[in-house]
Design a protein around this ligand. Structure first.
Ligand code: 5GP
Ligand code: MN
Length: 336
């Protein structure tokens, strides 16, 4: 592991830097990556953000977005940038499997690797780590890195602040989750002072739905919601045909699981969706129910205790059945 002094020295001269984040990047993945990008370019570095897949349009307005490279669309260029990089920054993930085929190239690169993350059980592939599972967002840790570790608070300009605010806002459920401490509010106050227009960011992310996405949400809530009061669990599952009928694109299904969790008394909510290549699960839970354990044990996934995901190559109906069949195992925890 590197010491911060060595990292500061390394970052004192212009470097080739690749920043990457997890598959299907969310607001924190894009916000933390572009926040770090906008900091590094002020220091004269040649930085590029490369995402392992596409990401929701609701995040494509962030400063620096025009320079983001989507790996599957520019694979050769991406592999060259990874091979040539002096430093690779891994944001909002901690296992190389989360960046798909890119993981192999990042893993074998000789670059110094910086991990900034808040997920459990980090894999050991990095040289410097800003890691805290109590952080509400990786964007909060990017702020900590720039201000406390690099000691450059003046470089939190409007662009950096806008991106970091977006990451914190989305990963804290709009400042609602228990990780939203007074310290988080102090950081967001700093970000607003630095130029983040909080009202505009909320509008761009939350009041920016297509008509079809809203109608799809209505369909999920009226036609697809199942509630198992005996297990304090709610489930929404959707087929590929339903996604196609409503012209659902990347990002449109984001957040739907939270509606299931908003029913009084519900402790576990699941959103199960049939994607072209596999069935994807999103779990959300309340209190001490370990959604990540369920995902790890049964659905090749993981995540946080209260927000986790996984996938399966089995048929949708079998995955739904499997999810229902494991509820009795967790009955005691669910009914507490
Ligand atoms: P979401 O339900 O929004 O896709 O993901 C919720 C959380 O679970 C995120 O923090 C994400 O990083 C994590 N997660 C989602 N899918 C997977 C997966 O397949 N594997 C692992 N390890 N974590 C996942
Ligand atoms: Mn995150």
């Amino acid at each position: 592991m590197l010491e911060i002094a060595s990292l500061r020295e390394l970052l004192a001269k212009p470097k080739q830097i690749v920043i990457t984040t997890h598959h299907k990047p969310d607001g924190d993945a894009m916000g933390s990556s572009l926040g770090l990008y906008n900091y590094l370019i002020q220091k004269g570095h040649h930085a590029k953000v490369i995402t392992p897949s596409d990401y929701p349009e609701i995040f494509n307005w962030m400063p620096g977005n025009e320079n983001v490279i989507i790996y599957p669309e520019q694979t050769e260029l991406s592999n060259q940038l990874i091979a040539d990089a002096d430093i690779i920054c891994c944001l909002d993930f901690n296992a190389l499997g989360r960046i798909n085929e890119m993981g192999e190239f990042v893993g074998k690169s000789a670059a110094v690797k910086l991990m900034i993350d808040h997920h459990l059980e980090p894999q050991d592939f990095d040289d410097y780590r800003v890691w805290d599972i109590n952080a509400c967002a990786s964007a909060q840790l990017v702020y900590r890195f720039i201000v406390d570790e690099m000691q450059e608070p003046k470089l939190i300009n409007k662009d950096v602040a806008t991106c970091l605010y977006t990451g914190i806002m989305t990963d804290s459920g709009s400042f609602r989750f228990p990780t939203t401490t007074a310290g988080v509010h102090r950081i967001t106050a700093d970000l607003i002072d630095a130029g983040a227009e909080n009202w505009r960011i909320h509008q761009l992310v939350y009041d920016n739905s297509s008509e079809s996405r809203l109608r799809f949400l209505g369909h999920c809530l009226t036609q697809k919601l199942e509630v198992f009061y005996d297990y304090h669990t709610a489930l929404i599952s959707v087929t590929r045909a339903e996604l196609e009928h409503y012209n659902i694109v990347t990002g449109d299904t984001e957040g739907i699981v939270n509606f299931a969790l908003s029913i009084t008394g519900i402790k576990l909510a699941a959103f199960i969706v049939e994607r072209p290549d596999k069935v994807k699960l999103s779990l959300r839970s309340r209190g001490d129910f370990p959604a990540n354990e369920v995902c790890k044990k049964y659905f090749e996934g993981g995540g946080h205790r209260n927000a986790a995901g996984g996938s399966s190559t089995d048929k949708l109906e079998n995955v739904v059945q499997k999810f229902k069949s494991i509820l009795p195992e967790y009955k005691k925890l669910l009914m507490q």
